[in-house]
Design a protein around this ligand. Structure first.
Ligand code: PLP
Length: 384
């Protein structure tokens, strides 16, 4: 019996590092999940939905209350007007939305251009659809997109451009000029664009998140993906969504119906409540994370790392070359035992994950005391 299938990794770096974190009682600055739960009223709304008996299958597209809240959020923040019935679909996190989009749009042999380093599910999803991921590299140390390079790597086989801004792991936030340049390429080459915007509300220094779909002429060719996990600190609920024109969202729904069909009814009601949050919630959220970013970024710089100060997300990418590590994976495998700290090597987010790279990703979605403890342990344990 031939037991081979599509080559998808069986263990991810997160599994490896979480096991090491447990073994060494390490401060886990690796995987990006907050220690604290989201707002009490959001938790209460989900609990109330459960008590009220909203525990059966929701509609394929999601409960109407949540679809309306998602559409209202897109209108309020960005002036976008997805159709509540045909232009919004609730998914099992952004992860399912990405997978469903790839399975819906990518045919065997097609190419998908994605900003590299990229979130680890992208490559697997593209390959499950029979496509090939073509990395569009953000080069260290600035990690800005190279638009000349983009034109070179788009071929006749390119089907989808997969964007991620604010960008995990580098923290780069694409600005309007960069997005406009990407839009020109998308229009010239007639590409579908899928955008991962799960960090849309985590943008610092007075910068603004600009959804690609809001650029002139881009709505018709774009599927925008969001998620409640990061914004409302409920990553375990796995409520995400995709919005866009009815024909594209319809194709995605067609696939999704055979992946999960639907999930998380009471959580969907919780997120409908969450999305109705006033501006003070978002202001506080950004201000709180900006403080933690400054704490971690300056702490790592003091230790000698080459720190790339993120414009968005809750990750800091830090180069370890000045500490004598050209290989970030080697450092990350050593850190739990040596210092009692866990971080993620950026090299796992590249199309070729075997090439050593000096950058390491630390998350700051942890309480101040935890960040301070992590920095102290690094100070005590790192070679100097
Ligand atoms: C966390 C994350 C996701 C996954 O979101 P879920 O809603 O938990 O599935 C997708 N993309 C990026 C860039 C992420 O950081």
């Amino acid at each position: 019996m031939d037991r081979t299938g599509p080559a998808v990794p069986q263990t991810t770096i997160f599994t490896v590092m979480s096991a090491l974190a447990l073994e060494h009682r390490a401060v886990n600055l690796g995987q990006g999940f907050p220690d604290e739960s989201g707002p009490a009223r959001v938790i209460e709304a989900a609990a109330a939905a459960m008590r009220e008996g909203r525990n059966q299958y929701p509609p394929l597209a999601g409960v109407p209350e949540l679809r309306e809240a998602i559409a209202a959020h897109q209108r309020h923040w960005y002036g976008l007007e997805p159709d509540v019935d045909d232009g919004v679909v609730v998914t099992a996190g952004a992860t399912e939305a990405v997978a469903a989009a790839m399975l819906a749009f990518v045919r065997p042999g097609d190419e998908v251009v994605a900003m590299e380093p990229f979130y680890d599910s992208y490559k697997a999803s593209v390959e499950l659809a029979g496509g090939t991921i073509v990395p569009w590299r953000l080069e260290a140390p600035a990690f800005r997109p190279d638009l000349v390079r983009l034109k070179e790597i788009v071929t006749d086989r390119t089907r989808v451009l997969l964007l991620n801004s604010p960008h995990n792991p580098t923290g780069t936030v694409l600005d309007r000029a960069e997005l406009e340049a990407v839009a020109r390429v998308a229009a010239e080459r007639d590409l579908l664009v899928v955008t991962d915007e799960v960090y849309e509300h985590l943008v610092f220094d007075g910068l603004a998140h600009v959804p690609f779909a809001s650029l002139p002429g881009m709505w018709e060719r774009t599927v925008s993906i969001g998620s409640a996990g990061k914004t409302f600190s409920v990553t375990g609920w796995k409520i995400g969504w995709a919005t866009g024109p009815a024909d594209l969202v319809g194709r995605l729904k067609g696939v999704k119906q055979y992946l999960t069909f639907a999930s998380g009814t009471p959580f969907q009601y919780g997120i409908a409540e969450a999305l109705a949050s006033g501006p003070e919630f978002y202001e506080e959220y950004v201000a709180d994370y900006a403080e933690r970013r400054d704490l971690l970024a300056s702490g790592l710089a003091d230790l000698g790392f080459t720190v790339h100060r993120p414009q968005g997300t809750y990750f800091v990418t830090a180069g370890a070359a000045p500490l004598g590590y050209a290989d970030g994976l080697a450092l990350c495998l050593e850190l739990p035992e040596r210092c009692g700290v866990v971080a993620i090597p950026n090299q796992v987010f590249y199309a070729d994950p075997a090439t050593p790279r000096p950058e390491v990703r630390f998350t700051f979605c942890k309480p101040r005391e935890v960040l301070e403890e992590g920095l102290k342990r690094l100070r005590d344990g790192l070679p100097r």
